[in-house]
Design a protein around this ligand. Structure first.
Ligand code: MG
Length: 368
């Protein structure tokens, strides 16, 4: 507590942002625009937003940035994928059964209001699956243009989950492929939902590779940050190419700071390679709310990478950015210009420590 008080007395502006964000979060309520038809639908939709808050607090906060029209499609897109992932992550399901469950999932949500009992690693996930009929009913009320996107992406993700049930991520190329399935597809799906809403019109949003890199940038950042936490469970999601030539085992990598940091800096720089595409994507957004929804997580990711770079603590614990910093982005980010400026400022500070010249060339690319 003492540390906190001291900290915030030196970062008073961040404290103000933090309080403002708390206020915004309290006001968060699901969109009630569509709560008109059936009396039951109120409960179903409310359940969906409550479940979203439980399974991903950060996504629940960022979703309120969106225009009303997009809130429900994006919320349900998230919950459907969360349902799929809950099945994938449940280690108590027999592999053959699981494969079938994953591959039939996208089709089933269009045909039946099913629930799953005793599926999920945590109470919140189990609860989501136990009430999945509510998610499906709300999903089925979406316009056909939204449902088509959600169905297609969900099915392709299921294919990827089955693929990586057997394969390991060896090269950086594999890493891109793995992240495409778990996150790039989310970026591609979101772009298509934006276009379907007609609130965004840029043909660049239909460019799969730009949307993919938006997802890759976020996913790689999380994977890098979660090193210590994942290692405790005996696995990590860094590509083998980043560390196998530096240590024999992951434990060895963790214990030898020099090798550990070399691998860490390598993966951070690889992730930063997505920045030019991310900025190109953000620049073509026309709706300010959609822009904020996309830009805030990207800014949090690059701020996180700044904290992770060359930081030996990453090898032993989960390093996070300060809450005040997050709040600052939530409240203050409004347009592309200020976002790009923040990206450049962070890259400039990293560039001073980077001897590979790679950050320098990323900077040159975005300032061209
Ligand atoms: Mg999973």
């Amino acid at each position: 507590m003492i540390r906190r008080v001291t900290y915030y007395s030196f970062h008073v502006s961040e404290l103000v942002y933090l309080m403002q964000m708390k206020k915004e979060f309290k006001q968060f309520r699901p969109s009630d625009r569509r709560l008109t038809d059936l009396s039951q639908s109120t409960d179903d939709l409310n359940y969906c937003y409550e479940a979203l808050k439980k399974v991903s607090r950060s996504f629940a906060v960022v979703i309120q940035q969106l225009p009303e029209e997009l809130k429900n499609p994006v919320c349900l897109f998230y919950l459907v994928l969360r349902g799929l992932d809950t099945i994938e992550d449940d280690m108590n399901i027999d592999n053959t059964v699981k494969k079938e469950m994953l591959l039939s999932f996208a089709d089933r949500i269009n045909k039946e209001e099913f629930i799953l009992e005793n599926v999920g690693d945590t109470q919140d996930y189990q609860d989501l699956m136990l009430h999945f009929d509510k998610v499906i009913r709300e999903y089925q009320k979406l316009g056909p243009e939204y449902k088509a996107v959600i169905t297609e992406i969900t099915h392709e993700m299921a294919i990827g989950m089955n693929k990586y049930a057997h394969e390991t991520v060896e090269s950086y190329k594999d890493w891109d492929d793995y992240c495409y399935y778990v996150a790039g597809l989310v970026g591609i799906g979101l772009s298509r939902l934006f276009l379907a809403s007609k609130l965004e019109t840029s043909p660049k949003l239909a460019n799969k590779s730009l949307s993919n890199e938006m997802g890759l940038f976020l996913q790689k950042t999380n994977i890098i940050r979660d090193f210590a936490e994942d290692l405790e469970q005996g696995r990590i999601f860094w590509p083998e190419e980043s560390w196998k030539n530096k240590a024999n085992t992951l434990k060895e990598l963790q214990a030898d700071e020099k090798s550990g940091l070399a691998a860490l800096n390598e993966v951070v720089i690889n992730a930063l390679g997505h920045v030019p595409a991310c900025l190109e994507f953000l620049e073509c957004l026309e709706n300010q709310q959609v822009f904020r929804f996309c830009a805030i997580p990207q800014l949090m990711a690059i701020a996180t990478l700044k904290e992770l770079y060359n930081n030996p603590e990453v090898l032993h614990k989960n390093v996070k950015i300060r809450k005040g910093r997050t709040a600052k982005y939530f409240i203050s980010i409004k347009d592309f210009k200020s976002t790009k400026k923040e990206f450049i400022s962070i890259l400039n500070s990293l560039e001073k420590k980077d001897h590979t010249g790679k950050i320098k060339s990323i900077l040159a690319e975005i300032q061209r």
